[in-house]
Design a protein around this ligand. Structure first.
Ligand code: SF4
Length: 486
């Protein structure tokens, strides 16, 4: 399983925003489960107040925590980190004090030249309190702000220095900004919040709608946050754009022009929720279309199309539709198992798989099965699921995959760091087929995947081709030692 590396939110309204941010974060919890935080500008105290915690949004915030975050403008964050970086100090938003007041930043992405920038600034005497990319961004921004006195010009200068993927929500005192990197690698959209309706006041997180009735605007990593709050999707932040968000409107300008668009194709195939619209494309439609194209590229005579739950479901629906082979959910997921321990020995590992998935033997026995999933990275999970289906009596098992073979690391904020973790790297499809023990194997082609996404050449496909929209770091190794997403 791969991990996304964070989600961001920012809201400006005429009413308190902490509860709305809480709900918006819960909608994008899949983007990071290790820590979370909310910062709001408290106009009474004239300062930014923050609550951060390890773990899920639901457990991190009680009504009293949200009550203390009084303010009509704020940002939020959910975070995934590598194991070593899962510490409260690295939770976001990250707030620093400057001569112009406080700045708070939430970041989704990865700055490939952060180490070099940090080293250079350290030589100049700068002090850093974390090893995170976010601190590099926020300190560069503060430095440029002291020169320019203008957040937009300051960010334009920062964007000329940093390279990588970043979608940001930033509080500069009582002003809220949303920023997207010049290639638009990570998603970031803006919605208009409803006004006049009831909704939850500050602190009311039980049984409330999450909207605050005060109107205004929201920026979020995925449109599902907007849906939850009843907001209307207005726009995607454009690559290289900085948008100021107030309760009354939005005003954006492209401050880092000229780079080719390179939206992460993995958002459409894997990370984003099925119901998210990213840069005008609904993830569900993309996945179903890929499933249909898979059926055209890799037809097979079979009795049943079976999704790997839940990740393969939409692809399998598309495959079944186009092939005419009946769709059935005969692998039943135990929804109350989130983690299993890594245990030695094949028997224990098989128990782990069966703990999560149980095949309905009576429906599988004697059947030719098309098993569909969104992607294969290491291949270990797929091998176990194929075994599981065979052990339930399947006559044949044919695997179809919604993502083309992953062969290169991601330097841009996804937890795929080394080539040796990819089963498809350096192997022919036939070898992968043997490794996972399937009767046939079909990955969607890159061309068909790109057509299904429907954005032409505006995609990053670096992990499929080794060609990235920004140069990889000098040592060509993703920065594993630092905390991701910052
Ligand atoms: S390399 Fe792959 S996972 Fe990373 S940003 Fe590009 S498409 Fe997304």
């Amino acid at each position: 399983m791969m991990n996304e590396e964070c989600g961001v939110v920012g809201i400006a309204s005429r009413n308190p925003v902490s509860v709305s941010i809480y709900y918006a974060l819960r909608a994008i919890q899949h983007r990071g489960q290790e820590s979370t935080g909310i910062s709001v500008f408290d106009s009474t105290l004239c300062r930014i107040k923050t609550h951060k915690s390890m773990g899920l949004v639901e457990r991190a915030f009680g009504s009293r925590d949200l009550d203390k975050l009084k303010g009509n403008i704020g940002i939020g964050h959910v975070r995934y980190s590598t194991a070593g970086g899962s510490r409260i100090e690295n939770a976001q938003p990250l707030t620093i004090s400057t001569q112009f007041g406080e700045i708070s930043l939430a970041h989704n992405g990865d700055i490939v030249n952060a180490d070099a920038l940090r080293a250079g600034r350290k030589k100049e005497g700068w002090a850093f309190t974390t090893e995170t990319d976010s601190e590099v961004i926020v300190r560069l921004f503060a430095g440029e702000l002291s020169q320019t006195k203008d957040p937009v010009r300051a960010m334009a200068r920062v964007m000329r220095q940093i390279s990588g993927s970043y979608s940001l929500t930033i509080l500069v005192g009582n002003r809220l900004f949303a920023v997207r990197d010049p290639n638009g690698i990570k998603p970031l959209c803006i919605g208009k919040l409803p006004s006049g309706s009831g909704g939850a006041g500050s602190g009311a997180i039980n049984g409330a709608s999450g909207g605050n009735g005060g109107g205004g605007y929201i920026a979020a990593s995925e449109s599902v946050s907007l849906d939850l709050l009843g907001a209307e999707l207005v726009m995607d932040v454009q690559p290289g754009e900085m948008v100021e968000i107030t309760a009354d409107g939005i005003a954006g300008s492209i401050i880092a022009p000229g780079a080719p668009r390179a939206h992460c194709m993995f958002e459409y195939l894997y990370f984003a929720r099925d119901d998210s619209v990213i840069d005008g494309r609904l993830a569900h439609e993309v996945r179903e279309s890929i499933g249909e194209r898979l059926a055209e590229e890799y037809p097979v005579k079979a009795d049943m199309v079976v999704p790997v739950p839940d990740s393969g479901r939409t692809y399998a629906i598309g495959y079944a539709k186009r092939s005419g082979i009946p769709f059935d959910e005969v692998l039943i997921k135990n929804r109350y198992i989130w983690r299993t321990f890594i245990m030695p020995g094949q028997e224990q590992r098989d128990i782990n798989v069966r703990l999560k998935l149980n095949p309905i033997k009576g429906l599988i026995n004697g059947k030719r099965i098309v098993l569909v999933d969104d992607s294969i990275v290491r291949g270990t999970t797929m091998r176990r699921i194929v075994n599981l289906v065979r052990s339930a009596g399947a006559k044949e098992v044919h695997v179809r995959v919604g993502c083309p073979p992953i062969v290169s690391p991601c330097y841009l904020g996804i937890d795929m760091h080394t080539v040796d973790q990819f089963i498809a790297a350096g192997r022919q499809i036939e070898e992968v087929k043997k490794e996972i023990g399937t009767d046939s194997l079909g990955y969607i082609s890159i061309g068909s995947m790109v057509k299904a996404v429907g954005l032409g050449n505006s995609l990053c496909v670096g992990c499929l081709t080794g060609k990235y929209p920004v140069p990889p770091p000098d040592n060509a190794t993703p920065r594993k030692t630092k905390q991701k997403c910052i």
